[in-house]
Design a protein around this ligand. Structure first.
Ligand code: WTA
Length: 677
């Protein structure tokens, strides 16, 4: 142990991140907000749980009313709105027709800028979903409860297919379009899908990518896992034209556009689904082991995403809302498709990369469509900032509300987002949640609670987060100490189980901190998020990152996110990633990767500043063992930095398959840089 270590106890490390000043929402925002009534906290207090969630369920149209809000008699297999019957497509489309028939449900923006945006009205969406539902039912023979795997890019055919499934009660499992064929094949086999629905091609970073080439490896993989006879439906990016060079396979593949001609004008009655019927599977971005198929329910899920879209994102039918995520992730399911449509919003679907053909594209899209609510990730915010730190505030965008999601946002990036992108007037909701959760769990309610950069905020109304230490003891509220972020109660958006693996569901999310496995009381079954967090005195949660991101140096815990946040205080640093490297004496030590803008040439000076920043902000214990200044970070197609790949390089391990990354070529560059030192 070095003599620095006693300078910083674990608790001191945890609270090093200095408290930030609050930012208030503007009066203009408050005056128009969907939720201005502070009594919502009282209505959703623990005494009123679970009955409070009637308010959310009442936002939907039910074919048959539910008899019970929550059945928690078999924990942790919760049942929500028991006995109720509804249809998700009906709630997202049909019921809006009377008032909003000719309002845009979606506006599609293709990546090529010369293609005009296309607005699809609720009426038109209704027509297309009906026809597609008829095709799925009559051509494919699909019925309620069957699973179908979608491997589609960001075009309107994706939500049309999802909603057509929902109309029939067919369980869709959309695999992110950027994933490999093999990844799709694993999911086809795991879900037991007889059909794969895909698209011939899509635009990404200026290239029309052949997407159909992923079909063969997908079916091969499925076959190796015992799933044979899978049939393939192919949408065309340009209807009537085949944009893929990969041959179609006779008897296996068919163009959706061709078959749809037989279903013109067909209407399909929405199937009355049980509130507890599964709506979709979303495989969680597997780090190790088999991907987990998070199974989401019909009634609770839709109620939860509808209400959180309305109250947290403050979407009104008159707004134009743009979530720049991909529908292939949970964010896109909940907050591009189901949440916004359930409340009659206009939701933008953008096909391509935010920085194509240049970094001002998002602001041009926003201006052209009149977007006033914008939703993106800290990674995108940092990337846009790196490319052009001062420009956005002079740009044409005009936002009232902005969301961030997916990773902790350091105060520096938060302030830039607020000042430059939001021009100091848009509110920001830093929303914390997970694939498993269905919808936001931690965030400020934008008109009611002040914002604090770097902290997500309190639990949403009706969500009671707690911090447990490693022995399962609850830390007192506002302790300022780091621990395991758990949610004490179930909520309607929580997953039902892991598809086909109830035991893994219990093991992963509940086993460790359940004091009495025989207990039938939900209070004994806290949900384990796998994230570390701190509950500050004001009740705001600061997310530290995955527990498995925690580095244990000489028996002291360091959040990798905390170190990264320290690195990001250095002006020249655009992105930072910290990995744990094995050290014979200290167990593990942190190594730091930072990327800098191209015009920064003195890399040694940056490295020195980074080391100093870590020492100054956290303590000498956080001094990175080594700092690598790299041209770019290896990233997933959704923009997450692949720390696993960096960790493998630092630890001289095999990086594994990197072909699905957005920029696989950078991996080799970094490996040479690191391993030559
Ligand atoms: C992280 C994305 C900090 C967290 C919706 C979580 C966040 C994981 C935030 C889930 C946030 C998500 N602040 N960290 N606002 N939101 N995370 O399943 O580590 O893709 O466990 O769901 O992202 O990622 P997932």
């Amino acid at each position: 142990m070095s003599d620095d270590t006693e300078l910083a106890t674990e608790a001191q490390i945890a609270v090093h991140w200095k408290e930030e000043q609050y930012f208030e929402p503007s009066q203009a925002f408050i005056a128009q907000a969907n939720m201005q009534d502070a009594s919502i906290r009282e209505r959703f207090s623990e005494e009123n749980f679970p009955e409070c969630y009637r308010e959310y369920a009442d936002m939907l149209d039910w074919f048959k009313p539910y008899d019970q809000v929550l059945d928690s008699s078999n924990p942790p297999f919760w049942k929500w709105f028991v006995g109720g019957k509804l249809n998700v497509a009906y709630n997202c489309i049909d019921r809006h027709l009377a008032q909003h028939r000719n309002k845009a449900a979606f506006i599609f923006v293709g990546e090529p800028e010369e293609e005009e945006p296309y607005a699809m009205t609720y009426q038109e969406l209704w027509v297309r979903v009906n026809e597609m539902a008829a095709l799925l039912r009559d051509h494919c023979g699909l019925k309620a409860g069957d699973r179908v795997t979608l491997h589609m890019p960001m075009t309107l055919e994706l939500p049309i297919t999802m909603l057509a499934c929902a109309r029939l009660g067919v369980v869709h499992s959309q695999v992110f379009g950027g994933f490999s064929g093999k990844a799709a094949g694993d999911r086809i086999a795991d879900s037991g899908s007889d059909w794969l629905i895909t698209m011939d091609a899509y635009w990404r970073s200026g290239k029309l990518i052949d997407h159909r080439e992923k079909v063969a490896p997908a079916l091969e993989e499925a076959k190796s896992l015992g799933k044979t006879g899978v049939k393939v439906l192919v949408w065309q990016r340009y209807p009537g034209k085949d944009s893929s060079k990969t041959p179609m396979v006779e008897g296996r593949d068919a163009f959706v556009n061709d078959i749809l001609k037989d279903y013109r004008g067909k209407r399909v009655e929405p199937v009355h689904m049980d509130a507890e019927a599964p709506l979709f599977l979303m495989y969680s971005s597997g780090t190790t082991g088999k991907p987990k198929g998070c199974q989401h329910r019909t009634g609770g899920y839709l109620a939860y995403v509808a209400a959180t879209s309305k109250y947290i994102q403050d979407i009104h039918p008159s707004d134009t809302y743009w979530c720049m995520a991909d529908i292939g992730w949970i964010t896109g399911h909940s907050y591009i498709v189901y949440g916004p449509l359930a409340i009659g919003a206009t939701s933008v679907v953008y096909e391509g990369t935010p920085t194509f053909p240049d970094h001002n594209r998002p602001w041009r899209i926003a201006e052209r469509l009149g977007v006033n609510i914008f939703h993106t990730s800290p990674t995108a915010i940092r990337a846009l900032r790196r490319l052009d730190p001062d420009a956005p505030s002079k740009g044409p965008q005009n936002f009232k509300h902005m969301t961030t999601v997916g990773e902790p946002i350091e105060p520096k990036a938060w302030r830039w987002y607020h000042e430059q992108v939001g021009k100091g007037k848009a509110v920001i909701c830093d929303t914390w949640w997970q694939t498993e959760n269905g919808g936001f769990l931690i965030s400020t309610v934008p008109a009611l609670e002040k914002m604090k950069p770097g902290s997500a905020g309190p639990g949403l109304p009706g969500v009671y987060p707690i911090i447990l230490d490693d022995d399962g003891n609850e830390l007192p509220a506002g302790s300022g100490k780091a621990g395991n972020l758990c949610i004490r109660n179930p909520w309607p958006g929580i997953m039902q189980t892991i598809w086909g693996d109830d035991e893994r569901y219990v093991d992963t999310y509940y086993r460790r901190f359940c004091k009495n496995p025989d207990s039938k009381d939900w209070r004994d079954w806290p949900y384990i998020s796998g994230d570390g967090a701190i509950d500050a005195e004001d009740g705001y949660y600061r997310i530290l990152g995955r527990i498995d991101d925690v580095i244990n140096v000489s028996g002291h815990r360091l959040g990798t996110k905390e170190i990264e946040s320290a690195c990001l205080t250095v002006a020249e640093v655009a992105e930072a990633a910290v990995v744990a490297v094995h050290d014979d004496i200290k167990g593990t030590v942190p190594e730091v990767y930072v990327s800098v803008p191209v015009n920064v040439t003195d890399r040694d000076a940056v490295a020195t500043k980074v080391i100093r920043a870590c020492e100054d902000i956290i303590g000498k214990i956080a001094r990175p063992e080594r700092v690598y200044v790299v041209p770019d970070m290896p990233k997933t197609r959704s923009g997450k930095i692949m720390r696993r790949v960096l960790g493998a390089i630092s630890n001289r391990r095999d990086t594994g398959d990197v072909s699905t990354l957005a920029n696989p070529e950078v991996v080799e560059e970094i490996r040479i840089l690191v391993q030559s030192r």
